[in-house]
Design a protein around this ligand. Structure first.
Ligand code: IPT
Length: 1000
């Protein structure tokens, strides 16, 4: 209570403090803050600082557990680095690390060290987010399955919960601690909790828990600043070092990717931030980088449109207008919900429509962010800026009511201004014309000065700069947007872009009225120019690439957007362990699919990168003395000089060897029945007797269940129930209420007779079905009901103090029809073999479910199926049940290329209800529900697939209809072809099948 009062007081005080400081107070540079535990990562009201240097942290979210091939982390980190970002935020998934209470494992794919090491090698700072709660569309929101049986309110100071997470936070905290920047590692921030922002009534923010978790993290050795991500700027958990918030302003309706709300662009964030923590920077720890898609959804290609380049231009630039110097995009690379990682509601792909797609290829979104990230990386004035007119932006500086312009000024340097222009109505596709009337060091100017208007077409936003410094060149203003600039061999190289065909104007400021003139040195574009006092004004169209010399000291690249996309800015490593974090000595390169690194040794410049077109050429802007010899991917390449002195290569040729993938339909497939449980010979002697009870409070409604799989240690995958009963003779059927999570289904048998299925749909997470018995039972005879249900993951637990994640998975109610005296004598249950004592330690606790085939390990390589029948999943079965299929094939994909592979199924057979799971070398990398979809392409990373040798593919087929089912088609396909120098891929361990003692 005392603490609570104190915090409220503190909060009220800080609001008052913020108000009293006023605008002029903001111009005083405040003293740098530390948390008193270290002085490497500090901050103030404007930005974080690392080793005393201001830094904007721009990056995005990546989940190590959604990419089990650890040797691929570096590839993704290099792609993040190449787009101009410097930070990656990542969740750590408690449930996958401590699947049995007290038994934590960081073995194999669970080891976080390769992730830390890859970040270090790429030069990316890390923000660790260990929860304990993470949400993240994961089963249980990251909580372990065993937690469902731990009574007490989770995410509060309740001691049973606090005890439950101790072991995890201690262990994972110390691993993070070892990798903090203070110990030479990449971790600069650690987040406590996740969106600790909502509580199930009647509970509210638990300040005791908040402090306790901070203490626990500190006790584990965390010394870097601790942050938290409020779900919105709502002022929760202000006790952390640097409070921040999340925002997903364009929502998740991927089915209508071009529909934006007219007021979708959030404008109030800076004000809210100033209300809560004005002494800190404005930090957005999660900002929309894509969108979730669910079962039956529109597919991630649509989410990538909803959050595409237009979204990035409008929404990210608005964040920058609000002086956000910490911005992390959720997700930047989504990965895969392999095995049972996902919460109910999401399917196998967690592509998220992110800039880097699930198969690690780069979307156009990636190239758009590259333009913005590179601009901020060379704009130090931004690091001490303040938005001046957040609530008065409409018509400001343009006089056009259809436009909003935010003025963001450097409050410390007092020179540079950023004017961020966008549509007042975010949903419009209209074209606006405008002139910008802005204060400059040369007085108030109306821009363009030479002639005409500026335009903003539809969903777009622009950053116009005023009094912007690019090396020794001062841009009095530029309406053409800056991608980057660099001073190379004494000349300021400035890259400016706009949409194809737009008119823009840039003015250069000089010390005297003798101003140089501008001349086109390359390209077909023309310019208009006029000397105006101490400035030179040029007007141009952004079409193609035109290079303009401004006297002898500056070179201006005028680019349309597509040309701008082609540029990369790379930095040669400096010395020491942080060599790859260097932002000195930029080298600018045009061309290629991805440029990964530059390295300088004497007069030789070595560039590495990936190509996806057969022939390309690169333009390289580098100091002459260190680029006399140029190597690309290790080989010297011929370079000539452009008319304006940069290097141009002639012979960069991609090698894209043709590789044939095996035709799965012509392979030899073996098959076996995976539902022997319904045969009369089957014994469930080894199954778990289901005789415990749990009561869970679900949003105020108490649910008591004993047939909840988690009570018995089964937390993932398909679950089977068997109820033994003696018939009265008058039973006519049975009603069952089964809970499995969105898109789940179940099938039921009386002895060997199929009674029917709830096939599932995208909107039900529970279903009560009534099933008639096909025959009259003999009084006194004994029978068994077998229920096979899908388990789509445990619910998340977004509302703290709620018990949502404890929602049962199982049979919540049943009743015999026609006989109210019939009782089930014993219910038995099985999920994965061993439950929490799962068998396959390599592939982890969430990889296997409870299908007979899984319990036996039939999905693993090396299982001897020689005695099985021949049969393929495209032939299928003609009655309800579960069938299992296996095949083997070789791949021979050479090194030096990145050819991602996917399993593809087609889905034109309407109305057939079946579910399939795909196992590649024992790893479950696909769950397909034919009648729900939408996913039909299942990305399987190299490393799970053995690209140079043999592979085992196994498929389960659960037919829910009495007429059976088959996969209409099943293929392997390449999803991209890139000539790549990605770091070598090491296959994950793929241990073979070994006899499973006691498997039933
Ligand atoms: C926010 C969560 O913090 C994150 O874990 C993830 O679930 C994300 O959303 C959606 O993908 S929650 C926010 C949408 C309220």
């Amino acid at each position: 209570m005392l603490l609570w009062t104190f915090s409220v007081l503190l909060c009220a005080l800080s609001v008052a403090f913020a108000k009293s400081r006023g605008i002029s107070g903001r111009h005083v540079l405040r003293q740098t803050q530390t948390n008193g535990l270290q002085d490497i990562v500090t901050w103030d009201e404007y930005s974080f600082m690392i080793n005393g240097e201001r830094i904007a942290l721009f990056g995005g979210e990546i989940h190590p557990y959604r990419m089990p091939v650890q040797s691929l982390h570096l590839d993704v980190f290099q792609k993040v680095k190449a787009l101009g970002f410097n930070a990656v935020s990542f969740y750590i998934f408690w449930g996958i690390l401590e699947p049995k209470r007290g038994e934590l494992s960081f073995e194999g794919f669970r080891d976080l060290q390769p992730f830390f090491d890859a970040a270090m090698e790429a030069g990316i700072y890390l923000i660790a987010r260990p929860g304990p709660y993470i949400n993240a569309e994961t089963t249980g929101g990251g909580f372990p399955g065993w937690g469902t049986s731990v009574s007490g309110l989770w995410r509060t100071s309740n001691s049973s919960y606090v005890d439950a997470y101790q072991n995890y936070i201690k262990t994972v905290g110390s691993k993070i601690a070892e990798n903090q920047i203070t110990n030479g590692g990449p971790v600069i921030l650690v987040q406590a909790e996740n969106e600790y922002s909502g509580w199930q009534e009647p509970y509210s923010e638990d300040f005791v828990y908040e402090s306790r978790l901070l203490e626990d993290l500190r006790a584990a050795g965390i010394v870097v600043p601790i942050t938290t991500n409020d779900a919105w700027p709502g002022g929760h958990y202000l006790e952390v070092d640097v409070y921040g918030y999340d925002s997903y302003p364009n929502g998740f309706d991927c089915a209508h990717p071009n529909t934006w709300l007219s007021d979708a662009v959030p404008e109030y964030f800076f004000g809210a931030h100033e209300g809560f923590n004005p002494e800190d920077l404005n930090a957005v720890y999660e900002f929309q980088g894509g969108a979730i898609d669910g079962w039956g959804g529109a597919g991630y290609a649509n989410c990538a449109v909803l959050t595409g380049p237009e979204f990035e231009r409008v929404f990210y630039k608005n964040e920058f207008a609000m002086s956000t110097t910490m911005l992390s995009l959720y997700m930047l690379y989504g990965g895969t919900n392999w095995g049972g990682i996902g919460m109910p509601g999401v399917y196998t792909s967690y592509d998220y429509g992110s800039a880097i797609a699930e198969d690690r290829t780069l979307r156009e979104k990636y190239y758009e962010i590259k333009l913005q990230a590179n601009f901020w990386a060379v704009s130090p004035a931004y690091l001490t800026s303040r938005p001046m007119n957040i609530f008065a932006s409409q018509a400001a500086f343009t006089g056009n009511n259809a436009l909003k312009t935010t003025q963001t000024l450097d409050a410390v340097g007092n020179q540079t201004g950023f004017y961020v222009v966008r549509q007042t109505d975010a949903s419009t596709n209209a074209i606006q014309t405008y002139q910008l009337t802005v204060p400059t060091s040369a007085g108030e100017l109306i821009i363009p000065q030479l002639e005409g208007n500026l335009t903003l077409s539809g969903k777009d936003s622009k950053i116009h700069v005023v009094d912007y410094q690019a090396g020794s060149t001062t841009l009095l203003y530029s309406t053409g947007e800056i991608m980057t600039w660099a001073t190379i061999d004494g000349r300021d190289i400035i890259l400016i872009y706009g949409n194809e065909g737009e008119i823009h104007e840039t003015a250069f400021k000089f010390n005297t009225s003798t101003v140089p003139s501008a001349s086109v040195v390359s390209g077909s574009g023309t310019i208009k120019q006029k000397a105006n006092g101490n400035s030179l004004v040029i007007q141009y169209k952004t079409t193609g690439q035109t290079v303009v010399a401004i006297g002898s000291k500056a070179l201006l690249y005028i680019l349309d957007r597509d040309n701008a996309y082609e540029f990369w800015v790379l930095h040669p490593p400096s010395a020491g362990p942080f060599a790859h974090f260097s932002t000195e000595n930029p080298i600018i390169i045009k061309g290629g699919y991805l440029m990964r690194s530059v390295f300088i040794s004497g007069d030789t410049l070595s560039v590495t990168g990936d190509l996806n077109q057969t022939v390309s050429s690169l333009e390289i802007i580098a100091p002459a003395a260190s680029s006399k010899v140029v190597k690309f991917n290790g080989k010297p390449i011929h370079t000539g000089k452009t008319a304006y002195g940069t290097l141009k290569t002639t012979q960069v040729i991609a090698t894209l060897p043709s590789v044939t993938l095996p035709n799965l339909s012509s392979l030899k497939w073996k098959t076996a029945d995976s539902l022997p449980e319904i045969t009369s010979q089957y014994s469930d002697e080894s199954w778990t007797v289901a005789n415990r009870t749990i009561t869970v409070n679900l949003l105020g409604v108490e649910v008591t269940a004993n047939l909840s799989a988690s009570l018995y240690g089964y937390h993932t995958g398909n679950t089977l129930w068997r109820g033994h009963f003696n018939a009265s003779g008058s039973e006519t059927g049975i009603t069952l209420d089964v809970w499995g999570g969105l898109a789940f289904g179940y099938s039921i048998w009386l002895d060997s007779d199929f009674l029917g299925s709830w096939e599932g749909d995208a909107s039900h997470s529970t279903f009560e079905g009534t099933f008639d018995f096909p025959r009259v039972l003999v009084a006194g005879s004994s029978h068994v009901i077998t229920v096979l249900q899908d388990h789509m993951g445990l619910e998340e637990n977004w509302a703290s103090a709620g018990e949502q994640f404890k929602t049962p998975r199982g049979i919540v109610n049943f009743e015999f029809l026609g006989s109210n005296t019939t009782k089930v004598d014993v219910w038995k249950v099985t999920g994965n073999l061993g439950g929490e004592d799962y068998v396959d330690k390599t592939r982890g606790a969430l990889n296997e479910g409870g299908l007979f085939a899984e319990r036996q390990g039939w999905h693993l390589p090396g299982f001897d199926d020689s005695h099985w029948d021949t049969g393929s999943p495209t032939v299928g079965i003609s009655q309800a049940g579960v069938q299992f299929y296996r095949t083997e094939f070789n791949l021979n994909v050479p090194s030096g290329v990145d050819y991602p592979i996917a399993i593809a199924v087609s889905n034109t057979t309407t109305g057939v209800h079946f579910r399939s799971q795909f196992y590649v070398n024992g790893y479950q990398f696909g769950k397909y529900v034919n009648h729900i979809g939408p996913q039909t392409i299942f990305s399987v990373p190299q490393g799970i697939l053995n690209y140079q040798g043999s592979n085992t593919l196994a498929v389960s087929l659960w037919a829910a209809d009495p007429t059976g089912a088959e996969l209409e088609s099943l293929n392997l396909q390449f999803t991209a072809k890139v000539d790549s120098v990605m770091p070598p891929v090491v296959n994950v361990p793929m241990p073979n099948w070994t006899p499973r003692v006691g498997a039933y």
